[in-house]
Design a protein around this ligand. Structure first.
Ligand code: NAI
Length: 396
């Protein structure tokens, strides 16, 4: 079929397998160009099909020749209907990994469930015996709790007061004011239940009890801080509470991994265009200004550049892993530089519908968004009849 983007709000209902494959090849080439990383050899990535999780899987495999197991929740294709982008990314990943002689298997299901945890443990036992790195990179709006059976929904809202600020519709470039009502009390708890550290801890406990964690195992989850500008809706909003919880959980996990000399870290990453971040009001405007400033300074990074640097310059340096005063790894250091933030904040005050395409990188935002779904990728022929029924080799 001829596959075209079909947008609805901040999601795209279609995805292009050839675009996904080309994106993946580009990311592999980038990792290879940076040389070998003395990293983990057996890696489990939870949330492995898009964004930072996919970049982690690629960096492990092509930077350290690691065997990888990827867990994700993606929609398979059917006749005339494309799969979700993470499905095509994973199909392309396995193809490339297998061609390079690397072990790569995937599990498609709800990572919050006990069943998927057990299935993963069985796969590790059968094929890898143990893993020495566990990346936890889930981003989800819902979680059905495996003990209570209750389905919790996360919300992205300020706490205690209304938040009014600028935002942009990145499809039209229209800058407008948005006012977000404060959350209800239960929203905080629900968001923490979905995006906080409980599930990460459940994973690590289950893996440890099953004896599939290697001595010295590392586990890393991803967090975000960001600037004052977005604080009310991000770091001091409901999602921020979840991130506080995630960060606090790292210490508890480290305590629980003493028997295998394991350590848990949270890495604070840069704001980037992913399916998760485009859904947060105000963030797309911030990102488009940030991209402009960071590109001008020659320090712009995408997910693959961020994660490659995280591995090479933080996790696997042969020295101590550097952390901030709260014990977090910081790979958002370039985003948070004073000079960068000062420039973004000045542009923020100036931004209007009329000038945004000039003072901000709206085009870069839009392109990155299309790329997430495999569209507008250079070198791909979008007029060609394309097979939508692509399989993920290990899920045949
Ligand atoms: P993403 O939306 O690109 O990836 C989410 C992944 O989770 C996908 O692989 C998806 O299949 C998987 N997933 C979702 N629900 C699942 C479920 N129930 N079972 C199994 N897999 C499931 O998200 P992104 O942006 O890469 O986020 C990953 C982490 O990085 C999150 O913790 C996010 O808060 C954090 N982060 C994101 C930043 C950004 O700007 N995008 C910045 C800093 C941190």
């Amino acid at each position: 079929m001829i596959i075209e983007p079909r947008m609805r709000g901040f999601i795209c209902l279609t995805a292009h397998p050839d675009g996904a494959a080309q994106n993946l090849k580009n990311q592999i080439e980038y990792v290879k160009s940076k040389g070998k990383i003395n990293g983990a050899k057996k890696v489990l990535v939870i949330g492995a099909s898009t964004g930072f999780g996919l970049a982690s899987r690629i960096t492990s495999a092509f930077g350290s020749d690691a065997a990888t197991i990827g867990v994700f929740f993606e929609k398979e294709p059917s006749e005339g209907k494309t799969a979700s982008p993470g499905w095509y990314n994973s199909a392309a990943f396995e193809k490339e990994a297998h061609a390079a002689g690397l072990y790569a298997k995937s599990i498609n299901g709800d990572a919050f469930s006990n069943e998927v945890k057990q299935q993963t443990i069985e796969l590790i036992k059968n094929d890898l015996e143990k893993v020495d790195l566990v990346i936890y990179s889930l981003a989800s709006p819902v979680r059905t709790h495996p003990v209570t059976g209750v389905t919790h929904r996360s919300v992205l809202k300020p706490i205690g007061q209304n938040f009014t600020n600028k935002t942009v519709d990145f499809h039209t470039g229209k800058v407008s004011e948005i006012s977000i009502e404060p959350c209800k009390d239960e929203d905080i708890e629900n968001t923490v239940t979905v995006m906080g550290g409980e599930d990460w801890q459940m994973w690590m406990k289950a893996l440890n009890e099953a004896g599939v964690l290697a001595d010295g195992v590392l586990t890393v989850a991803y967090s975000y801080i960001g600037p004052k500008l977005t604080e009310p809706v991000y770091r001091k909003g409901t999602i921020g509470r979840a991130k506080d919880h995630l960060e606090a959980t790292a210490f508890e996990i480290t305590d629980n991994l003493k028997s295998v000399n394991g350590k848990a870290f949270v890495s604070v990453n840069k704001a980037l265009v992913t399916q998760a971040s485009s859904a947060i009001p105000v963030i797309p405007l911030y990102i488009s200004l940030l991209y402009k400033v960071m590109k001008e300074e020659g320090i712009h990074e995408g997910t693959i550049e961020q994660i490659q640097r995280l591995y090479q310059e933080r996790l696997y340096t042969n020295g101590e892993i550097p952390v901030d005063e709260k014990g977090r790894i910081r790979i958002d250091d370039w985003e948070m530089r004073d000079d960068i933030q000062e420039k973004v904040s000045k542009l923020w005050d100036e931004a209007t519908t009329e000038n945004l395409s000039e003072i901000g990188d709206l085009e870069g935002y839009r392109k990155d968004f299309y790329h997430l779904f495999g569209f507008e990728v250079p070198g791909v022929d979008y007029h060609k009849d394309t097979n939508e029924l692509i399989i993920v080799e290990s899920l045949k």
